[in-house]
Design a protein around this ligand. Sequence first.
Ligand code: SF4
Ligand code: SF4
Length: 160
Amino acid sequence: MTDMKPFWQVRRLDEMTTEEWESLCDGCGRCCLHKLREDVTEQILFTDVACRLLDLETCLCSDYACRRRKVPDCVQLTPEALAEIDWLPPSCAYRLVAEGRPLAWWHPLVSGSPDTVHEAGVSVRGRAISERRAGQLEHHIVDWPGKTPRPRRPRACDRA
Ligand code: SF4
Ligand code: SF4
């Protein structure tokens, strides 16, 4: 009998093809928001300030291929890097799969649509400001990027 489970349920992150790995990203844009680290406690403080390359409408990197040349501190996610990173949002698909948890209904791989991450209110669309005009990060500290989102299901009439 054929195993009908999707690839992210049957393969470890370090066993995935490049295409599978890239498709795991839900396009939420949350990881492209700037973070601060508290001096004494080392606690992560999230902000609503987006990297200058993030397209605030699509929530995708506007120059993904050249991003690391233009933004040297852009972190490349790899299975090895995931073990070291403590600032990925709790809804991040890489984090969920690494922790053996399921992807939510709004993930494009589950819903079949790249729009559901926005329709569910999970992406940063409408909630982030570009670093080009934000000013000081300390004035933009917010907690929502570090919280598990409470997605809203679109009504049928919204999608007609
Ligand atoms: S937080 Fe995770 S799922 Fe969302 S855009 Fe970043 S890498 Fe992709
Ligand atoms: S360079 Fe692109 S992928 Fe990297 S943080 Fe900025 S918007 Fe995100």
